[in-house]
Ligand binder design. Structure first.
Ligand SMILES: [Zn+2]
Ligand SMILES: [Zn+2]
Length: 399
């Protein structure tokens, strides 16, 4: 299974918490927490669409100004989700500057901020052209849904933990994982191309079986075998990704980084040529319509990927229960491990987890992979002890 989400911690395990999650098939990335982001390239920052803030202790929100500096003057709509107080926090950051010149900017930067309060949400919007004054004098109050964000392909949920202040933990869940079966694709004689993304979207949206999809047989990315006949057997997964999904989202996008020239990648070592919108044999456009029922067999459906992010929380029964319910069976469990178990009293005083406690949560939630971070600087030079302690517990051996 080719993972759709590519998460990585921006800083070292003892640095500010920021989890950057890149999306394989979409022109987007999301952040869990917004500590120091100076290590992230502007190109990557420009891909961010949604930011989820656990709480606004400085190490989790320090990067806002850096992001604002990069985004200013661009047409961007960024959603920010956070705990009670996040509206004031964002407003306070924005109003630390003078905005008398922005009304003439050609582009508009908009922050749509959602404050999470258990049963309800408070929302407001801050627009650059309005000098970042809030759109409404009072935030809009709406009932909370099960998910903070619910798209065709993924959901983000949160639970509120106790850190002597509300602290949100997050779960990113792919709804189901769809993978193009290239053998079946070849057997049916269809080309790779952006139409495969439309096919996946139709399956995700549960469109009726008689829905007709157009397969543009000569579009950019369609493969013509010039090696003397036969199917495209040497075509690799990477090429499938580039032509089947990536190209569609990235074509014409000048803000995001490219991932290699598609034609070049397609030609590399394959013995195949790629048409560029013109039928090489006739010079005419060709396409074919097929019902969704016939095309479904091209796509394998499996369980979606799940990423869970937990920081700054006490090891209480209530916190533990919420984390286990959310993290159950997760693929990646990013969990703070601030202290060693021998310092558990200190951890409790500061409302943080020990490495052993992180290991217990990971083991009891039966996650596949535990990644510990947010180590206290008191262990400078011995951070490996925190990792070892967490992993010993995760694998079933008490320290
Ligand atoms: Zn904190
Ligand atoms: Zn922290």
């Amino acid at each position: 299974m080719k993972p759709i989400f590519h998460p990585y911690l921006v800083n070292k395990a003892h640095g500010d918490p920021v989890l950057y999650i890149d999306f394989l098939f979409d022109r987007r990335a999301i952040l869990f927490d917004l500590g120091d982001i100076s290590a992230v390239s502007p190109k990557k920052l420009l891909r961010i669409t949604d930011i989820f803030i656990s709480h606004t202790h400085m190490d989790h929100f320090f990067g806002f100004d850096h992001l604002l500096r990069i985004l200013l003057g661009r047409d961007k709509h960024i959603r920010i989700f956070g705990p009670p107080g996040i509206l004031d926090n964002v407003s306070g950051k924005l109003h630390g500057y003078t905005w008398n010149l922005v009304e003439n900017y050609e582009n508009n930067l908009i922050f749509e901020v959602t404050e999470v309060h258990g049963e309800y949400l408070l929302k407001n919007t801050f627009s650059c052209k309005e000098g970042f004054r809030p759109l409404s004098p009072y935030p809009e109050k709406v009932p909370a849904e099960e998910c903070l964000l619910d798209t065709l392909t993924f959901q983000v949920k949160s639970v509120c933990l106790d850190h002597f202040t509300p602290c949100l933990a997050f779960c990113l869940q792919e709804k189901s994982h769809l993978n193009v079966n290239k053998v079946k694709l070849q057997e049916m004689g269809f080309p790779v191309g952006p139409w495969l993304k439309q096919l996946k979207d139709a399956i995700r949206a549960e469109k009726p079986d008689d829905t007709l999809l157009t397969i543009p047989l000569n579009e950019k990315g369609a493969v013509t075998d010039t090696s003397g006949g036969g199917k495209t057997e040497r075509q690799g997964d990477e090429e499938m990704r580039e032509c089947g999904d990536e190209e569609m989202g990235r074509r014409g996008d000048r803000e995001t980084e490219g991932r290699g020239d598609i034609n070049t990648d397609m030609n590399r070592g394959t013995g195949m040529s790629v048409s560029t919108g013109t039928d090489l044999s006739s010079g005419m456009s060709r396409e074919r319509k097929e019902p969704l029922s016939r095309l479904k067999s091209i796509v394998d459906v499996s369980r979606g990927q799940k990423i869970v992010y937990v920081v700054d929380s006490a090891y209480t029964d209530s916190n533990r229960e919420k984390v286990l319910a959310m993290a159950e069976g997760g693929d990646y469990f990013f969990c703070e491990a601030a202290f060693l178990e021998e310092d558990r009293d200190r951890a409790a005083q500061r409302s943080h987890l020990t490495a052993h406690q992180a290991g217990l949560l990971a083991q009891d939630a039966r996650v596949r992979k535990l990644i510990t971070f947010h180590f206290s600087p008191r262990y400078h030079g011995s951070y490996h002890l925190l990792v070892e302690e967490a992993m010993r517990t995760f694998k079933g051996h008490l320290p």
